[in-house]
Structure formats: C-alpha cells, structure tokens
Design a protein around this ligand. Structure first.
Ligand code: NAD
Length: 350
C-alpha cells in the first residue's frame, strides 16, 4: 500500500466496545476512520455526534464498496464475526476482529485461509497482550526471576454484563486464555471446564476452566457474571517467587512476592520432615501508562503497512477459540478432560 497516505479504516459494530476502537484508531498518526457501520440508527447518530466527519451506514456493503477503505474493524456480537469478516476479506480489506475471533475453530480456519489467499492482514483483538503489565510479566517470567512457573490462576468476575448468545467463558475467558498462552508459550494438552447456568437456561454464568500443559504447566480460570465485585486478578506461582497481577489497581498492578515453600532435601523420619516457608519483601515494578487499545490499533496499522504478521493474528485467535470449544465439550461432559486436537495443532504450527 501507499505508505505516504493514511490507512483508512471502517468500524463495524458501534455498541459498547466499538466506540473505543474508533477513538483509538482516530488518535493514530497513520490512520483515519472514515466509516461507522451499525444496524442501529441510534448508535450511528451517537457516533456522528462524537465524530461529525464520519460517514455512517447500516449496511456494511456500502463501506466495503468504498475503494478508499483499506481495513475494517469488527466489534459486533461474536456470531456475526465470521460472516462479516469473510465479506471484508472478499472485498480485499485488511481485517481486525474482536475477541473471540468466531464461534468455532472451523470458522477461524476459514478466515485464516481466506486472509492468506487474499494476502490481507488478519488480527484478533486480544487486548491484554498489548498492556504494559502483561508485557512486563512476560519479561519477568522469561528472566527466570520467579523460578519455574508452577501454576497460574486467574479470576475475572463481575455483575453482568449478561450476553444472550455466548456463555461467560466465551465472553470473559478469551482474555485470560490469551495471556496464559502468551506466558507459557505453549498450547495446552487438555482442557477441563465445569459451570452453572443460573439466570438463562443453557448459558453458563459461572465457569471454572483448567488448562493442562505438557511438562506439568497448569492454569485455572474462573469466569463469572454473578459476583458483587469486579475482579481481574491473575496469580503466577513460581518455584522462587510469586507474582500477583491485579488489573483493577490503578498504579501497582503487579506485585512480586519473595515467597516460597521449600522441602527439606533429606530426612530420615517423618518427625524430621518440615516444610520451610519463606516470606520476604514485596516489590511492585514501574509500568508505563500507555493505553493498551491504542497500542493494539497501532500494531494493526503497522502490520498492514509493513506486511508483518500481527502478534495476535488469526492463528492466536484460533488457539483461543479451540480452547473455548474444548471447554464447551468438557462442560457438556461434566468437566471431563478434552484433548486439544492434534489436527488443530498441526494447522497452527504450519
Ligand atoms: N477487547 C476487549 O477488551 C473487549 C471488550 C468488550 C467487548 N469486546 C468484544 O467486542 C465485540 C462487541 O461487543 P459489545 O459488548 O460492544 O457488543 P454490543 O452488543 O454492545 O455491540 C454490538 C453492536 O453491533 C451492532 N450490530 C449487530 N449486527 C450488526 C450488523 N450486521 N452490522 C453492523 N452492526 C451490527 C449492534 O447494533 C451493536 O451496536 C464482541 O466480540 C466482544 O467480545 C472486546
């Protein structure tokens, strides 16, 4: 593409999340948002009040037929991601899709294939990968400061917002899964999930998922729309130190605890056996205060302009959806372990 001119973006889906994407794409030097598309005239009127220069439409085709449009960002309900995404790729546009990428791994694979055929950039909105906190945690884990990562536990809870088409795991856990895969740098071997649907038949509003990794890695994810408190907390337990990431904290989001448990190297009798508990200092590293969504939008635009593969490409989107599918299968089988299919692994590593 012509690198001298701004990348022109159309935004599809202007509900709760879409306006955040419009704001962030608009704040970039090399991008301009030209179109806002939504089925709701009220939402479009609201967008035009905020950004009077926007062209608006209820029909995605109108934005897609504009030859000036280079890229489309989709922030509609998940069930529409595949159909709208395919339309965008077929129209030759680069594509950003919100998480979760689609409602099945089959849909994700078709989107990946179509993007490759058309030589278009495909990126998925795994926003947390672009936060300074998660970047810093990755550096800390990689440096060996925590020792071996023994397990990760994550909780993402609040009251609502209830979704009609997907359960709470599909709604909230994509964030935790994407962070956990990024930190472990591995795909799980098996997935277990249990949950309950209290408010709407068949749509779980509380779930507990576990991911088991080759080599002993283990992660748990609790997701809920039925909790009085907003909690976004991840604990990474290492053999040397432990780290707590609290995304609600405005300043000290990461705390590293110099805490561990040691087993005695040798003992002859049970009476001699004693764990030793080590409690040391707590340290909170400084983090840059950059808006993750801005970094995410900037990365998408840069990938379009350079042809580089996004850090959260369709392949990462597919991995998350495959885990959600395995979790759904496990939910139907009372929490039984479901293997992460070999066939899908082959696609990802291709
Ligand atoms: N990355 C994040 O942190 C984050 C946060 C929240 C939501 N999301 C994701 O963003 C997406 C949207 O979520 P939301 O909470 O904004 O949903 P929402 O229901 O508030 O908004 C969806 C919008 O899409 C519009 N829409 C529906 N069908 C359409 C069509 N055919 N063409 C154009 N517009 C159409 C609706 O009118 C609505 O305004 C979901 O994938 C969700 O998971 C991501």
């Amino acid at each position: 593409m012509d690198k001298e001119r701004n990348t022109v973006v159309a935004l599809v889906g202007c509900g709760y999340w879409g306006p955040n994407l419009i704001r962030n794409f608009s704040s970039l030097d090399k991008a301009v948002v030209k179109w806002a598309c939504d089925r709701s005239e009220d939402r479009l009127a609201h967008m035009q009040r905020l950004y009077p220069y926007l062209d608006t439409t209820t029909e995605i085709d109108q934005a897609l037929s504009d030859p000036e449009v280079d890229a489309v960002a989709i922030a509609t309900p998940v069930g529409l991601h595949y159909r709208l995404g395919m339309q965008c790729l077929d129209a030759g546009k680069h594509l950003f899709i919100e998480k979760p990428m689609a409602i099945s791994s089959q849909e994700c694979r078709e989107l990946i294939e179509r993007a490759e055929e058309k030589e278009r950039t495909l990126m998925v909105g795994h926003t947390f990968i672009y936060t300074s906190a998660v970047r810093r945690i990755k550096e800390i884990v990689r440096s060996g400061d925590l020792g071996d990562v023994l397990y990760i536990s994550s909780r993402r809870l609040n009251l609502g917002l209830f979704q009609k088409d997907i359960n709470v795991a599909w709604d909230l856990a994509p964030h935790d899964i994407s962070i956990i895969l990024y930190l472990y740098d591995q795909i799980p071997e098996t997935v277990n999930c249990q949950g309950k649907a209290h408010m709407a038949k068949g749509i779980e509003d509380v779930t507990n998922m576990t991911l088991n990794f080759d080599g002993g890695g283990y992660a748990t994810i609790m997701s809920s729309w039925l909790d009085p408190n907003k909690i976004r907390e991840m604990t990474i337990v290492g053999s040397k130190r432990m780290l707590v990431y609290n995304d609600i904290e405005p300043r000290e989001k990461i705390k590293i605890y110099d805490a561990r448990v040691e087993r005695p190297p040798h003992y002859d009798t049970f009476a001699e056996f004693q764990y030793s508990y080590h409690y040391g200092d707590i340290y909170s590293p400084h983090l840059n205060q950059t808006e993750p969504l801005r970094a995410e939008c900037d990365h998408f635009i840069n990938c379009i302009r350079t042809g580089e593969r996004p850090e959260t490409s369709g392949y990462e989107g597919l991995q998350v959806v495959r885990i959600l599918e395995a979790a759904s299968e496990s939910l139907r089988n009372e929490g039984a372990a479901v293997p992460y299919s070999e066939a899908i692994t082959a696609v990802i590593r291709a």
